[in-house]
Write a protein that binds this ligand. Structure first.
Ligand code: PLP
Length: 417
């Protein structure tokens, strides 16, 4: 889709007025965002919760420093995987006790793919799409190799037709990391079930950006990331969801002591704990876990339907302003035009996308770039303001009009894009 100017122009005062009427405006105070920065990359690394530094200082100095090993009991460290999991469970529509926090998204995916294949003996296909997040596909391919299974990739539109008797597991990311397109979770899960397969969803770009109804959609297995919209901090642990009816039969491959029913009996035989606790392998990363808990706290008292409304309004505004100010500069809209099908981000393709993003970042407008040519702007509804969107598009328009992005310093590729 190319950009075209909207007849009803929106100006900056209009955006200031949107912010004044925003019922979630108060949430921004739960974050520390540097002066002069417009942060549109909360879909990659959530902003710092204002409460995090003091909480982490307390954890380090008091809990670790003074309580030492006693903190495992006194401070609920051992229970943190379940406690924080329960809080995340409420953000994704899980039932009580279906979510646990442990490991990384990639590792949890590996565990659940193996477990999912074991739940469907006689079937050998993991079905996904080529546009899925590469790490998810690498992990699926590694797990397939180990299990003598096959990773089969078909285009999104052909997924329902590809659900045949061979498929054990439909493995998809709910919101696409590049285009922001939302899959029909309930519909595809139902199609997987009708074919006798299980559905495993990656919620990395869903949780904390929009409501999600795992229970209502009858999802079997899910994983997701802690450091994006959940604001858990760099490298925050991830979460895993297992629907209650599958608990008792679930066999994950990394059977460590903290997934044991009674770890402190030090039995010689492995006996899995009830519920998703059995997904835990080893000791939780307590400092990261408690930082994630502060991240999850930023959603306290927030109505997720309202969060979604704001998210849609922000991305809608972004696209309208882009239509007014960026037409003729070679951008193609690379996210769905229909807000219902769009996650909490907008994406544009541009042959000089990398350099344009570097020029923007040097002005303090932080989005990111995804190869080969995508500029990505995440709007985290808890802290992104309408006026931020306005100022970001203005900066982008300036950079294009002046040709600023052609500067040689914006052509050099960094490791993390
Ligand atoms: C961010 C993201 C991940 C991250 O995986 P890690 O193991 O935390 O590095 C995985 N899958 C998807 C879809 C993501 O968006």
């Amino acid at each position: 889709m190319t950009l075209s100017a909207d007849p009803a122009a929106i100006d900056r005062p209009a955006c200031v007025a949107f912010d004044a009427e925003d019922p979630l405006a108060w949430c921004r105070d739960r974050f520390t965002i540097p002066e002069g920065v417009i942060y549109l990359d909360g879909n990659s690394l959530g902003a710092l919760p204002a409460a995090a530094p003091a909480r982490l200082r307390q954890v380090v100095e008091q809990e670790w420093g003074m309580d030492l090993i006693r903190a495992w009991n006194r401070r609920g460290w051992l229970e943190s995987s379940i406690r924080v999991g329960a809080r995340i469970g409420r953000l994704v529509g899980a039932r009580e006790g279906e979510v646990v926090v442990c490991d990384s998204t990639s590792v949890n995916l590996f565990k659940l793919i193996i477990a999912g294949l074991r739940l469907r003996p006689g079937r050998h296909v993991i079905l996904s799409e080529p546009g899925n997040f590469p790490s998810d596909l690498y992990v699926a391919s590694g797990a397939a190799e180990l299990m003598g299974a096959e990773l089969r990739l078909v285009e999104a539109a052909r997924l329902p037709a590809a659900l045949d008797q061979e498929v054990a597991l439909l493995c998809l990311t709910h919101v696409d990391y590049r285009s922001g397109r939302i899959h029909d979770m309930a519909g595809l899960t139902q199609a997987a079930h009708a074919a006798g397969a299980l559905a495993l969803w990656d919620l990395s770009h869903t949780a904390g950006a929009m409501p999600c109804d795992l229970a209502g959609s009858q999802v079997d297995l899910a994983v997701g990331c802690g450091y994006k919209y959940l604001n858990g901090g760099p490298g925050a642990p991830a979460y895993a969801f297992v629907a209650q009816p599958l608990w008792s039969r679930l066999q994950q491959p990394v059977t460590g002591w903290l997934g044991h029913a009674r770890p402190f009996d030090f039995d010689l035989d492995y006996q899995p704990a009830d519920g998703p606790r059995r997904l835990i392998s080893g000791t939780p990363p307590v400092l990261s876990m408690l930082a994630l808990e502060v991240g999850v706290d930023t959603f306290e008292g927030v109505d997720l339907a309202q969060l979604r409304r704001k998210s849609k309004a922000l991305t809608e505004l972004f696209l309208r302003l882009a239509g007014q100010r960026l037409a003729g500069h070679g951008f193609q809209v690379a996210c769905p035009a229909d807000a219902e099908q769009r996650g909490s981000q907008v994406s544009f393709a541009h042959p000089n996308g990398y350099s344009i993003m570097q020029a923007l970042i040097s002005r303090g407008v932080i989005g990111d770039f995804r190869a080969p040519d995508l500029l990505r702007f995440g709007v985290a509804p808890l802290y992104t303001r309408y006026v931020d969107v306005y100022d970001a598009v203005s900066a982008l328009a300036d950079i294009m009009a002046s040709g600023e992005w052609r500067d040689p310093r914006f052509q050099v590729r960094a490791t993390v894009t």
